[in-house]
Design a protein around this ligand. Structure first.
Ligand code: 16G
Ligand code: ZN
Length: 540
């Protein structure tokens, strides 16, 4: 047909390099930007269009490689509510990506026949709408062109939002799709994003003050200019916030994520070398697309303390549990915390034993945590590496916004909770929003970073990356806490773990790199190291 030909023709400039194989991984497609990613982008245009018709809604596309080096890039699809592409569609994304340009028309037609056909072809005839954004990587410009070629071939309506953080794009998608409904999310613009966040922040800060400043390392990525923009909307002085923005130079692509950013701080367990702050001053690091944040500080004797995603989760949970109690609605709302196997054992114990809240463990990757968290009224989810957010169910929103306060204290708690719903990005984990939320909670509790740290003491731990001949033989089950294959290896791990006080260890194949990861924790640093090394020996 004409459409098949139009698709094939427009795909010609974007061939698959010889021998290349693509996969829609944990966070979409990701690779060296010049290694055939333009072909992937073209096919993502096709998928986005089909998905838009299927859902009869606007679909988002975000072009970023997050914390990876500047020469990498990547792309992921965003579903109508601002969440990640439904998993059952990932196979289409992978199939189309691996289809040569001259066969793409037919491949698209196959997808249409499988997903978009009803008796009258009404689904297929629906108009499609796609919106997209990209991080500061220079390769993004050409990648956008490749995707537009597909959208033009299908005559799809689209809006290019230019440079955005990943969470901003997710926000915009959700705003567009909820407009005019009872769950309207906000104005679908960058300015709308800043305004919504700033006004919620002001409500939460009313009558409080934040101690000292917070230095924010933006990984020389998109978070820098966007955080600076947000600052124009935030109050300073009493009830305001003093944010010192550093590593926000996006004019030199090669310094993106270089010796800075959330991934650097989390994996190296140290502050970026170019940051200079006084003792006990709060620092936060964002990653390259600003969907991940970790905190840290250095004390007067030079000891570095990382306050990672587990810490942000527990901080948030403490605050929300207190607030729902004060608001008198704690009986009506079920709060839960979702973690992955990487969560420090001490954080899990703290949530269960001290906060007395349920904890759930899922596979690694935001989409898994997000879906689990959505089953609670207030679902707090964070990966240790700083990806995460807090979800409020429809029941929670109705209860918080519909309860008549009987005292000033109750009113304050209800207003605060209501502002949390707006401050915390409900679409996806958002470094900037998470950071403002953490600042608000610290201000409410008048906690220093040291107070925060002392809520529980992390078990010493190690994370090792092990290169193996074939990582696919490592099949993990039980939320990646146990190995099903190779046969017998789990028993061997269990035998090692038993030798250590508070020992815990697991092995899983990476979803983003050709390697296996070994995690180990134990009561002392030496023991954690020994356990990690002995499990590593098993795996090699
Ligand atoms: C991806 C995930 C991240 C996860 C990481 C694990 C998203 C947006 N990103 O970056 O959440 O922690 O993969 O990587 O879901 P690994 O499988 O290589 O350990
Ligand atoms: Zn990221």
């Amino acid at each position: 047909s004409d459409l098949i030909e139009a698709i094939n023709k427009a795909a010609e400039p974007f061939p698959i390099p010889d021998g290349k194989e693509y996969g829609y991984g944990t966070a979409g497609f990701r690779m060296k930007a010049n290694a055939g990613l333009d072909h992937v982008m073209y096919t993502v245009g096709l998928i986005a269009a089909a998905r838009s018709k299927k859902r009869n809604a606007t679909i988002g596309v975000m072009i970023t490689a997050s914390h990876n080096p500047a020469e990498d890039n990547g792309v992921k699809l965003v579903d109508p509510m601002g969440d990640m592409l439904e998993q059952s569609w990932e196979k289409y994304a992978t199939t189309l990506a691996n289809t040569p340009s001259d066969k793409l028309g037919q491949a698209y037609e196959d997808l249409v026949n499988e997903e978009l056909v009803d008796e009258l072809r009404q689904i297929h005839d629906r108009p499609a709408k796609v919106v997209f954004g990209r991080d500061t990587r220079p390769s993004g410009v050409a990648l956008v062109k490749a995707m537009k070629a597909a959208l033009d071939a299908l005559k799809v309506d689209y809006t290019d939002y230019g440079i955005l953080t990943t969470p901003q794009l997710h926000y915009i998608v959700r705003c567009i799709n909820t407009k005019g409904t009872a769950y309207e999310f906000g104005e679908p613009t960058e300015e709308g994003y800043y305004k919504k966040m700033a006004s919620a922040f002001k409500v939460l800060m009313h009558g409080r003050s934040i101690q000292g400043s917070v230095t924010v390392d933006c990984a020389n990525g998109v978070g820098g200019p966007k955080l600076r923009e947000l600052l124009k909307y935030l109050p300073t002085g009493q009830g305001g916030i003093d944010i010192k923005v550093v590593n926000d130079d996006v004019s030199k692509p090669e310094i993106l994520n270089y010796e800075c950013g959330a991934d650097y701080v989390k994996t190296k367990q140290r502050a970026p070398p170019n940051i200079s702050v006084g003792p006990n001053e709060r620092c936060a690091s964002l990653d390259g697309d600003a969907d991940r944040v970790v905190y840290y500080y250095t004390d007067a004797s030079g000891n570095f303390t990382l306050l990672d995603g587990d810490r942000i989760a527990t901080l948030g949970a403490v605050f929300l549990a207190d607030m729902t109690r004060t608001a008198g609605i704690d009986e009506k709302l079920k709060i839960g915390i979702v973690q992955t196997a990487y969560a420090n054992g001490a954080s899990t114990e703290y949530v269960e034993k001290v906060l007395k809240l349920p904890v759930e463990c899922t596979n690694t990757g935001v989409k898994h945590l997000h879906h689990a968290a959505a089953r609670y009224d207030i679902g707090v989810y964070f990966e240790a590496n700083g990806h995460g957010t807090i979800l409020f169910s429809e029941n929670a929103i109705r209860t918080i916004r519909g309860t008549e306060p009987k005292s000033p204290g109750q009113k304050h708690a209800l207003d605060s909770l209501s502002a949390c719903i707006d401050l915390i990005n409900q679409a996806v984990g958002d470094a900037i929003s998470d950071m403002l939320f953490a600042e608000v909670v610290l201000a409410h509790k008048t906690w220093t970073p040291e107070n925060w740290k002392n809520t529980y003491i992390d078990l010493p731990n190690y994370l090792r990356r092990v290169e193996v001949p074939d990582r696919r033989i490592f099949v993990a089950v039980d939320a990646e806490r146990k190995l099903q294959s190779p046969k017998g290896m789990q028993e061997q791990i269990d035998n090692l773990v038993r030798l250590y006080v508070k020992g815990r260890s697991f092995v899983r194949a990476s979803g983003t790199e050709d390697a296996v990861r070994v995690y180990a924790e134990a009561a002392t640093r030496t023991e954690a190291g020994k356990l990690a090394s002995s499990v590593e020996e098993l795996v090699k």
